[in-house]
Design a protein around this ligand. Structure first.
Ligand code: TXA
Ligand code: MG
Length: 326
C-alpha cells in the first residue's frame, strides 16, 4: 500500500477472483483501477460517468482533448456504442478479442460520456483478450475507458510495478496480473470515414489488416485525431539515439538480435530486446527495458537497428516518439 500527501491509498492486489471483484466495485463507485491487458496496463474507470472520467484525466495529467478507448466484452457490446461499417465488422470479427482498436461513428448510446470522447462524434472501441480484463468487463454493466496506466507522456506500463511507480497515491487499486505479453499498445484503425486509416501502429501488424482491407491510409501527422501520435508521447528522461552504429560515452545500449555495435564494451548498461531477433519478443520487452535503462541515469540510450517489418513498424514508431525533442 502506498500514498502521497495529495491523496489516495493505492492498493496493489494479485488479480485473483476477490481482487477482480474488488476492482469492479471500485469502478462501480466511480473510482480508478488499473488492470492488465494483453498490450499494456490500462487505467480504468466507468465510461458513463464524467466525474470519474475527469478524475482519470487528472490522475494521468492528460490533456483533456485526448479521447479515451472504450473497452467492452465483445462485438455485441461494441455495436451498441458505435456504428460499424461492413468493412469494420469484418476486421472486428477477425481480430477481436485482441490488440486492435477501431474508431467508428458514435451511436446514440450514452454509455460513453462526451468527456471520454473529447467531444468527438467518433468513438474508439477495443475488445481486449486478456483474461483479467475480460473477467473485469463481465462483472460491470458499463464500458470501461482505459488509457495506458502511466503519467501522460511517460512510457507505457507493462507491469503492476510500473503502474505503481507512476500513479501511486493517485488511483485506488492496481490489479497485478504479471507482465503484459504484447508490450506495445493496440493498433488503431479509423473506420469512421470512407477509407480506413491507420491512426497508430501497434500489436497487430499493419500488413495483417491490409491483407483484408487493402492499403490503409496513413493518418496525417498534423492532425490531433489520435494524440497518442503526438511526437514526444512516449518519452523517457534519457535521450534516445536510433539506429546506432556505435555506443558513445555515458550511453546505455538497447540491443536487438546478435549484432553488436562498435564500442559495445563501453555501454554503461546493456539490455537486448530479443537475442534471437524476434520482433514479438522485442515488443513485449520494449517499455520495461526503456524504463530500466532510463533508471540507470545514463545521458542517452543507443538503440541498435531494428527491421521495419511486422511488429518492427510499431516498435520503431514508439522509439521515434521517444527520440523526439521534448
Ligand atoms: O493497447 C491499448 O490500446 C491500451 C490498453 C490499455 O487498452 N490503451 C491505450 O490507450 O493505449 P491510450 O489512451 O494511451 O491511447 C488511446 C489513443 C490515443 O492516442 C487517442 O488519441 C486515440 O486512442 N483515440 C481515442 N479516441 C479516438 C477517436 N475517437 N479518434 C481518434 N483517435 C482516438
Ligand atoms: Mg498512452
Amino acid at each position: 500500500m502506498s500514498s502521497d500527501k495529495a491523496g489516495k491509498q493505492t492498493r496493489i492486489a494479485r488479480a485473483d477472483a476477490a481482487a477482480i471483484e474488488d476492482a469492479a466495485a471500485v469502478l462501480r463507485a466511480g473510482g480508478l483501477a488499473a488492470f492488465p491487458t494483453e498490450t499494456v496496463y490500462g487505467l480504468g474507470t466507468r465510461a458513463d460517468d464524467p466525474r470519474a472520467v475527469a478524475s482519470l484525466y487528472a490522475a494521468k495529467g492528460r490533456p483533456s482533448f485526448n479521447p479515451l478507448i472504450a473497452h467492452v466484452r465483445n462485438l455485441d457490446a461494441a455495436k451498441r456504442l458505435g456504428n460499424f461499417s461492413k468493412a469494420a465488422l469484418v476486421i472486428a470479427e477477425k481480430f477481436w478479442p485482441g490488440p486492435l482498436t477501431l474508431v467508428v461513428k458514435v451511436s446514440g448510446n450514452e454509455s460513453v460520456c462526451e468527456l471520454a470522447r473529447a467531444g468527438l462524434d467518433t468513438i474508439a472501441i477495443r475488445v481486449p483478450s486478456h483474461e483479467i480484463a475480460q473477467a473485469l468487463l463481465t462483472r460491470v454493466d458499463f464500458p470501461i475507458v482505459a488509457p495506458s496506466a502511466n503519467r501522460s507522456g511517460h512510457v507505457s506500463p507493462t507491469t503492476a510495478q510500473h503502474v505503481a511507480e507512476d500513479l501511486s497515491g493517485k488511483i485506488d487499486l492496481i490489479l497485478d496480473g504479471g507482465a503484459s505479453k504484447g508490450g506495445i499498445e493496440s493498433t488503431i484503425v479509423d473506420f469512421s470515414g470512407d477509407v480506413p486509416r491507420l491512426l497508430r501502429s501497434g500489436g497487430i501488424a499493419r500488413v495483417a489488416i491490409e491483407k483484408i482491407t487493402g492499403p490503409l491510409l496513413h493518418a496525417d501527422k498534423s492532425e490531433i485525431s489520435a494524440p497518442g501520435m503526438m511526437a514526444s508521447h512516449y518519452a523517457p528522461n534519457a535521450k534516445i539515439r536510433l539506429d546506432a552504429k556505435e555506443v558513445r560515452e555515458n550511453e546505455a545500449l538497447l540491443a536487438f538480435g546478435a549484432s553488436r555495435p562498435e564500442g559495445t564494451d563501453r555501454a554503461r548498461e546493456i539490455l537486448n530486446l530479443s537475442e534471437r531477433g524476434d520482433l514479438t519478443e522485442a515488443a513485449s520487452n520494449l517499455y520495461a527495458y526503456l524504463r530500466a535503462l532510463d533508471a540507470s541515469g545514463v545521458e542517452a540510450i543507443a538503440v541498435a537497428s531494428i527491421p521495419r517489418e511486422g511488429l518492427g513498424e510499431a516498435i520503431l514508431d514508439r522509439l521515434q516518439r521517444a527520440a523526439a525533442p521534448k
